[in-house]
Write a protein that binds this ligand. Structure first.
Ligand code: GMT
Length: 376
């Protein structure tokens, strides 16, 4: 198949999922055309089946806001026409679903059929999408999508509650490529970060408010008062200054290693003992799944789709949002009991196996074939 993929190229789960999906499809022989305003950060398009089409928006003094939607719609029309796309897959509803609809209508006027699939990732529904000003556009473009997928049952439920969607929503969960994880070696030794054999807790995110990184620090502070422990933070974002302030107040800075943004955190995860994700809301929690693929048990909240990934009492523990005492107690339970830890670590890996790309990719391929067949 000739498949077009539209995604955000920046650090964030939706871009990672879109990129890894495109790479896996290309490996199976499909021709995959990415359209984004920058090269997606995990994409190396040097592959016979992968193509990258940059969406550039020229600046002009008249524009306070650049017309990204128009530029993207024109790019889709162009790529669909000349590369003969069979299907378009847009990741993140805003604004990609409505842009896909516009492109589809323009192509229709040229007698070209292009079905589009919208994959909902989370904040496009639960945070940004909640803004009532977006409601009519999101609802219309979802109802007109040839198919909609959501990355968890929880997100499907939220979407149906927040919007009046008549269209069916298929749940196709996020995935990981376990082969990549199996290959991961690390050039860095654990003792470099934990010279005295301390345990290592890890948090990976884009440091937005929704991630509650302050809770990571509060939990870590409680844990390190009981057992020697280090915290590795991977990522960067708007909450970084607040985090730095809190670590000074808690006097924990010397035990925290901030690595900033890392394209592929797999190697770092290989050094860790425990992953922590105390998000306010999380449609799935791809970062937690990536940690589980590296055999790390997870301490998370019980919000959104997290309990579908992190099974409470088996692969880690889930707590109410903001309950840092419970998260600290659960962390200590795991870090101070080797037998329990080994059991959870093995369960975490087994759970990650269920989300291997080899199980998930056929679901997307089947969906593409269905929408293509239906639209002709
Ligand atoms: O988590 C973010 O802030 C980024 C966001 C995105 O769209 O890039 O992530 C969302 O999509 C990921 C991939 O499907 C999910 O694993 C994350 O749980 C989801 N984030 C939230 O719901 C907050």
């Amino acid at each position: 198949m000739n498949i077009g993929i539209v995604c955000y190229p920046t650090f964030g789960g939706s871009g990672v999922v879109a990129t890894e999906l495109g790479k896996a499809l290309a490996k199976k022989g499909h021709r995959v055309h990415f359209m984004a305003y920058n090269l997606p950060f995990r994409l190396n398009p040097f592959n016979e089946n992968l193509f990258y089409h940059e969406v550039s928006v020229n600046d002009y003094p008249l524009f306070e806001y650049q017309p990204y939607e128009s530029a993207l719609a024109s790019k889709i029309v162009d790529v669909a026409t000349y590369e003969k796309l069979d299907v378009l897959h847009v990741h993140y509803a805003i604004p990609h679903a409505s842009v896909a609809y516009l492109a589809q209508q323009i192509l229709k006027s040229k007698k070209i059929t292009l079905p589009y699939i919208t994959t909902l990732h989370g904040t496009d529904i639960t945070l940004v999408g909640r803004d009532p000003s977006f409601e009519p556009v999101i609802r219309f473009s979802l109802n007109n999508s040839n198919a909609i997928t959501s990355v968890s049952e929880s997100l499907k439920k939220d979407t149906l509650t927040i919007f009046k969607i008549d269209n069916k929503i298929d749940v196709i969960p996020n995935f990981i490529n376990l082969d990549d994880y199996a290959k991961t070696g690390t050039h860095c030794e654990k003792k470099h970060y934990a010279p005295n054999g301390e345990k290592i807790m890890i948090h990976v995110s884009n440091f937005r408010k929704v991630k509650r990184v302050e809770d990571v620090l509060k939990v870590f502070d409680k844990v390190r008062k009981e057992i020697p422990c280090k915290l590795i933070l991977v990522g960067d974002g708007p909450e970084r200054p607040a985090i730095e302030k809190l670590c000074r107040e808690l006097h924990t800075c010397n035990d925290i290693i901030s690595l900033g943004r890392i394209n592929d955190p797999t190697e770092v995860l290989g050094l860790g003992d425990l992953f922590i994700l105390p998000s306010e809301t999380e449609s799935f929690g791809l970062a937690a799944l990536e940690a589980m693929a590296m055999k790390l048990p997870v301490i998370s909240t019980n919000t959104g789709g997290l309990p579908e990934v992190n099974i409470n009492g088996q692969t880690g523990f889930v707590s109410n949002v903001g309950d840092v005492d419970d998260m600290a107690a659960n962390s200590l339970k795991l870090l101070s009991d080797d037998k329990l830890y080994a059991e959870f670590s093995s369960n975490a890996y087994k759970q990650a196996l269920k989300f291997d790309i080899n199980h998930i990719l056929p679901m997307y391929e089947k969906l593409y074939q269905t929408v293509i067949a239906k639209s002709h």
